[in-house]
Design a protein around this ligand. Structure first.
Ligand SMILES: *Cc1c(COP(=O)(O)O)cnc(C)c1O
Length: 326
């Protein structure tokens, strides 16, 4: 029983990263990057695999409007807008804040508008009540004669997470003896799906500060997916890359972004994939990942978010100017 739809072509590339591997202290054949940033819809990123399932369910139920929530620079919201555009569905994005909030004219928000999505600004100080606001928006849409379908925060329902059971199986077919998959942990569906395919021992999640209790979030989703009990204590989760909190630039993350950019020409983002890279560096330093072990960094995308993050852009440009001045 599957109403899944196709939103890209698969598999995504798995690229060896010999120079980065050596720079990190691994053997040159130990490190790959799985390029889910290259997924071919709407600028790419991990949320597309989940949307193949959730938007499929929306279509099967006869929906004509997709509704979802997130931070204003949400990659999930941007890709929901792109999926709606491709399928001829209306899209309403519910964000905290007001139209005048900082960075509203940049990054993912530019693409949301380009894809034709409507944005409902829920006002300041309501991030925790965003789901309630989204329910209200759905009621209003129904009164107006639309058939809305609400996709949860980050697409991380057990249904959406199935996209990463498939992603994990795809990776396993590319690299059967993979020992570590390092992934940014936001709303948790990506890590949970990977666990469904590869088991708890091989997946290392790097917490980005998006949820209050990452272990419980991932354990619940992975349990619902696999139909067995997944204990929060059995999960490998690093919480050392959050810094001052979700979306706040953290120095080791900027350093990790510079490393990937300078050594391999790979662009990571300051909120998610840069944190995964910083967590990978820390895991090698602490001996959790050792030379000789086949390791994959899952590149989950997020490039547009980089340009919605004034602090990161500012710091990077400053670096460039200071090089010029020398
Ligand atoms: C959402 C997101 C993640 C985290 O995925 P979850 O399934 O929410 O844990 C990682 N990287 C990027 C770029 C994202 O947009």
């Amino acid at each position: 029983m599957s109403d899944k739809i196709a939103l890209s072509t698969w598999p995504t590339p798995l690229e060896p990263m010999p120079r980065l591997a050596v720079a990190l202290g691994l053997g040159q054949d130990d490190l790959w990057i799985k390029r889910d940033d290259l997924i071919g819809l709407g600028g790419g990123g991990n949320k597309v695999r989940k949307l193949e399932w959730t938007v499929g369910a929306a279509l099967a139920q006869g929906a004509d409007t997709l509704v979802t929530t997130g931070a204003a620079q949400s990659n999930h919201a941007r890709l929901t807008a792109a999926a709606g555009a491709r399928l001829g569905l209306d899209v309403v994005l519910v964000f905290p804040g007001t139209p005048g909030s900082a960075a509203n004219g940049s990054g993912n928000l530019v693409l949301d508008s380009l894809f034709g999505a409507r944005i409902f600004w829920a006002g300041d100080g309501v991030p925790s009540a965003l789901a309630d606001v989204a329910d209200d928006v759905c009621r209003q849409l129904r009164r107006d004669g639309a058939r809305p379908y609400l996709i949860p925060f980050g697409g991380s329902s057990p249904l959406g997470a199935r996209g990463y059971v498939e992603g994990g199986e795809e990776l396993h077919a590319q690299l059967p003896d993979v020992e570590h998959v390092v992934v940014a942990l936001g709303s948790g569906g990506t890590m949970a799906g990977l666990i469904g395919a590869l088991g708890e021992e091989r997946v290392l999640g790097v917490h980005c500060g998006a949820v209050a209790d990452p272990s419980a979030t991932v354990a619940d989703l992975a349990g619902a997916l696999t139909g067995r009990t997944v204990g929060p204590d059995s999960l490998r989760i690093r919480t050392d890359q959050v810094g001052a909190g979700y979306g706040v630039l953290y120095e080791p993350v900027l350093e990790a972004m510079r490393t990937a950019a300078v050594i391999e020409g790979i662009v990571l983002d300051p909120v998610y994939s840069g944190r995964a890279m910083a967590g990978l560096i820390a895991a090698v330093r602490s001996g959790d990942i050792r030379p000789g072990q086949r390791t994959v960094l899952l590149h989950t995308g997020g490039l547009p978010g980089l340009f919605g993050h004034a602090e990161t852009v500012g710091r990077t440009v400053t670096t460039l100017q200071s090089y010029k001045a020398v």
